[in-house]
Design a protein around this ligand. Structure first.
Ligand SMILES: C[S@@+](CC[C@H](N)C(=O)[O-])C[C@H]1O[C@@H](n2cnc3c(N)ncnc32)[C@H](O)[C@@H]1O
Ligand code: SF4
Length: 376
């Protein structure tokens, strides 16, 4: 059987950022202890889904895993190590908010086997940070980043966002340059998505503010070109890495490999079945207290869906889709099956086929969604 990856969700944050619609909640500290008890139970109940398959990557995401006491994280990691066959070179990541990183937590993560940290910065401008509801300053980020380095973590991702409230091109350039200066091994840059139900969405709606698409694209392309100058290779629409530091966990998702998601709202994809857990923390805990799996959705994908998802995820990678691989995996002739669509997209200079790979062009990066929907 093939390798498989594990995702573990932490649904807690100290404070809800104004743009964020992830399954993360503030003011639920009274549920933390119960939640991790349930999480352990879920892992044990579902261990047959993994069996002896080798685990190539583990990702603790959220929410903010660094917000909770590190004993919970270490405990879960111990269970994963005792129940599953984790490759000795597995990439093991934890997401962290600069506000909650401490020496002690980092030491515990290191001992538990974590070898990669993903930190949310979003902006190096303190006014912007305040406007989006972040609870740390840029200076706090810098000191937390240094703590990670001193604790021996050399593989650190920094998340940046752009098109933030009132952000000018120069503001974004300043943020990007600050981050380039500290030279993290990996940088993710996300264009702000106004998600319904968030404070920022309501505020933009109320005040008739819209995101300036032209400026947004200027920021994105500035970012691509600037990061290239500093030897960051863009390997996915939003992800850039120094040589050898691409996120193996994320790559395995874009390569359509199997993964299991544990915890509230966690999704997984294994043996062509997609499963998603309930996102309400109390429902998740209650189900497990009753020895029931907290599954919200379970879908067996048919061949058409599988090919559609494979193309959608594969196009996110800058190197694109290996045509031999997709042909072999689904027993199709990709270029023949999609001849008309490919021709049409090529005529608009949105996609290209080079070295037997089907991928987005530089222009196509701005129209990724338009291209992807052609195949689903
Ligand atoms: C789970 S969070 C990262 C870890 C940690 N909770 C933190 O915020 O510091 C994942 C990342 O998604 C990005 N993100 C979240 N909501 C977004 C939105 N509405 N638009 C664009 N990017 C977003 C942010 O860059 C964020 O750091
Ligand atoms: S961005 Fe991170 S810290 Fe902010 S609410 Fe979302 S998950 Fe929590």
């Amino acid at each position: 059987m093939n390798n498989i990856s594990i995702y573990v969700h932490t649904p807690f944050c100290k404070h809800k950022c104004y743009y964020c619609d992830f399954a993360s909640f503030a003011n639920n500290e009274d549920l933390i202890n119960e939640y991790y008890k349930s999480l352990k139970k879920e892992i044990i109940l579902r261990k047959d889904e993994i069996n002896s398959r080798e685990i190539s990557t583990v990702y603790f995401g959220g929410g903010t895993p660094s917000y909770v006491d590190s004993k919970y994280i270490v405990d879960i990691m111990d269970i994963l190590k005792s129940e599953f066959n984790i490759n000795k070179d597995a990439e093991i990541t934890i997401e962290a908010n600069p506000e909650s990183i401490t020496d002690e937590k980092l030491e515990n993560y290191k001992i538990a086997g974590f070898n990669r940290i993903s930190m949310g910065l979003q902006s190096a401008n303190n006014d912007t940070l305040k406007k989006i509801g972040r609870i740390h300053t840029y200076e706090k980020f810098l000191s937390s980043y240094e703590l990670c380095k001193s604790a021996g973590f050399d593989n650190i991702n920094v998340d940046l966002m752009f098109s933030l409230p009132n952000e000018t091109l120069n503001d974004f350039i300043d943020s990007l340059e600050e981050v380039i200066m500290i030279s993290p091994s990996h940088i993710s840059t996300y264009s702000l998505i106004l998600e319904e139900g968030t404070k920022l969405y309501d505020n933009y709606r109320k005040n008739n503010i819209i995101i300036d698409d032209t400026l947004d694209r200027k920021m994105y392309h500035y970012c691509i070109n600037k990061l290239k100058e500093y030897d960051y290779e863009q390997y996915e629409i939003s992800n850039f890495a120094k040589k050898g530091y691409e996120s193996r966990h994320n790559m395995s998702c874009w390569d359509f490999e199997d993964y299991i998601g544990f915890g509230s709202n966690a999704s997984g994809f294994n043996n062509n079945i997609r499963k998603t857990n309930k996102s309400n923390i109390k429902d998740y805990i209650n189900d497990l207290n009753n020895d029931t799996l907290p599954i919200m959705e379970k879908t067996q994908l048919n061949i058409k869906d599988l090919i559609g998802e494979y193309i959608m995820l594969g196009l996110r990678k800058i190197k694109g889709i290996d045509i031999d691989k997709i042909n072999k995996k689904f027993n199709i002739d990709f270029t023949d099956t999609y001849k008309d669509k490919i021709e049409n997209l090529k005529n608009h200079n949105l996609v290209t086929i080079e070295d037997n790979h089907f991928r987005l062009t530089y222009k196509g990066l701005d129209f990724a969604n338009t291209v992807m929907v052609e195949f689903i």
